[in-house]
Design a protein around this ligand. Structure first.
Ligand SMILES: Cc1cc2nc3c(=O)[nH]c(=O)nc-3n(C[C@H](O)[C@H](O)[C@H](O)COP(=O)(O)OP(=O)(O)OC[C@H]3O[C@@H](n4cnc5c(N)ncnc54)[C@H](O)[C@@H]3O)c2cc1C
Length: 478
């Protein structure tokens, strides 16, 4: 006899959604988090570290499955979209369509309340240390309760929603399905401030009250980007992400000693429209640092007795680093699958496998292709990005790529016409290779293994392509 049908580990975005969904379907669910009930989804001592932007389509997915669980205040303000600017600021590329700039602590609370409303039992102050394993299967978790005592709790299935540094994922037995560690090169070190703007000029290249701006700039944010996202009541979320390796190369070539913090300070100063501002430290959430992964989600997100959702499975979009949407979707689908399996009393690998298929169908199938495009972008310096964005592809083609859809590129017709210089020619060839590779990865994922037995071959193929991309296009920020 297990203590619960389902243990959901982590009451952040993915965990609140998984438990709300499973609770709604009638399962007996225990939701565990190190935070108490007043701070659901707080990632670290730094707070709810995030850019806070999410596409409306992802919020609609939640409403479709759980009803309207939002109170309006949580969704902050609507934005027309995310706009990426070239390093010279001359070219704007829209991403993802309309969305919201969330009030993240309040949003986390709304998701958590949806779980509680669906009869989920919550225990805060519980630090999860490892999965409980029996005969190669996850049968529960081990952790320390609020009194510091070690406790073992069992369930038919465990949902891992512990975020990027999940101790459940990292302490799984060695296996082919889920990578226990995330490669350092596939991480973005990120930080962000929330400011109250007291005085600012108008220039929508630096701050746009209607759009979430992304600044591509390999000198300011090597291997990543900077962002200025508008918030309610004249506030902004300003942040920066860097890839460690790109930062090292950039520092060595430029003779600098910058780190994430110094780059963030420089980025804020560079923003010429922000004249006077102060940290908004509501919820003690004004300044924070954390990591986000920018690889494809784990090729499999299930293991016997275990389903992963959200950052624990590296689910953020590799191009935008947007992880709220995939955590909402992954959480809801994981909750559904966990409830079905628990009710059927079968939570073996075969029984859970359908989660992989459903997640890829709903969101994940384009992410490996997006990862290759991210590797391509990281291989270019600012000049290449400026030139490439304007010369290599049409506006519509670029938009298609940001959705992971592969346009029938008019590239080859441009070959020779627009390209000047050996370096530009090489970048152009890499672009053609990248787009073709995205196409073949999308095809591979469209035929995602229907059964676990077909998985090793699939994973081998995906990894070979990603490794080839990394070898062919190493980071070259300056
Ligand atoms: C600086 C930054 C900016 C970002 N900007 C955006 C953005 O603008 N848009 C977007 O879509 N995404 C953004 N992301 C990504 C997004 O924040 C994450 O993808 C999202 O929070 C993932 O949700 P999650 O539920 O999977 O994990 P988390 O939000 O990390 O939640 C994990 C939960 O598990 C709990 N937990 C962890 N370990 C333990 C343990 N051992 N025991 C008990 N409990 C534990 C934590 O307390 C937490 O409640 C950003 C990330 C960063 C770092």
């Amino acid at each position: 006899m297990q203590d619960y049908d389902i243990i959901v580990a982590g009451a952040g975005i993915a965990g609140s959604m998984a438990s709300a969904m499973a609770g709604k379907m009638g399962s007996r669910v225990l939701l565990l988090d190190k935070n108490g009930k007043d701070e659901p989804g707080k990632k670290t001592v730094w707070g709810w570290v995030c850019g806070d932007a999410v596409a409306k389509s992802h919020i609609d997915f939640v409403k479709k499955n759980l009803g309207n669980i939002f109170n309006g205040e949580d969704l902050g303000i609507p934005v027309d979209g995310v706009v990426a600017l070239s390093p010279d600021l001359d070219y704007k590329l829209p991403f993802e369509g309309e969305g919201f700039s969330l009030e993240r602590p309040i949003f986390g609370s709304s998701l958590f309340k949806a779980a509680i409303k669906n009869n989920v039992e919550f225990r805060g102050g519980f630090n999860i240390e490892a999965p409980l394993i029996d005969n190669g299967k996850v049968i529960g978790v081990v952790g320390r309760n609020a009194k510091g005592e070690l406790e073992k709790i069992t369930a038919k299935v465990v949902v891992d929603a512990l975020g990027i540094s999940s101790l459940l994922r990292r302490k799984l037995p060695d296996n082919i399905y889920i990578d226990r560690e995330i490669d350092y090169e596939d991480l973005e070190l990120t930080g962000r401030f929330i400011y109250k703007l007291e005085e600012f000029d108008q220039d929508s290249k630096y701050y746009d009250p209607k759009n979430a701006l992304i600044h591509l700039n390999q000198r300011m944010a090597p291997g990543g980007y900077g962002w200025v996202f508008p918030k309610k009541d004249g506030r902004v979320n300003v942040g920066l992400g860097v890839q460690h390796k790109s930062l090292e190369i950039r520092n060595a070539k430029m003779g600098e000693k910058d780190n994430l913090k110094s780059l963030m300070d420089k980025y804020v100063k560079w923003n010429k429209v922000m004249k006077k501002y102060s940290i908004d430290n509501s919820f003690k959430n004004g300044e924070g640092y954390w990591s986000v992964s920018v690889r494809r989600q784990m090729e499999s997100m299930v293991f016997p007795g275990y389903i992963g959702a959200g950052d624990s499975m590296a689910s953020p979009n590799p191009l935008s680093a947007g992880g709220i949407g995939p955590a909402l979707i992954g959480g809801i689908l994981a909750g559904k699958k966990a409830a079905e399996c628990a009710q059927a009393q079968n939570c073996e690998l075969n029984d859970l496998w359908d989660f992989n298929i459903q997640y890829n169908k709903q969101y994940g199938s384009k992410m490996a292709g997006m990862e290759v495009f991210r590797i391509f972008l990281q291989s270019m310096n600012d000049h290449d990005i400026d030139y490439g964005m304007k010369s290599f592809i049409t506006y519509q083609e670029a938009v298609e790529i940001t959705y992971g859809r592969i346009p029938e590129l008019s590239l080859t017709s441009k070959m020779g016409k627009v390209i000047r210089g050996v370096k530009a020619m090489r970048t152009f060839r890499d672009l053609i290779w990248t787009v073709d590779t995205m196409k073949s990865l999308n095809k591979l994922y469209d035929a995602y293994p229907q059964r676990p037995e077909e998985f090793p071959e699939f994973k081998k193929k995906v990894q070979a392509v990603i490794n080839e991309a990394k070898t062919r296009m190493p980071p070259s920020p300056v």
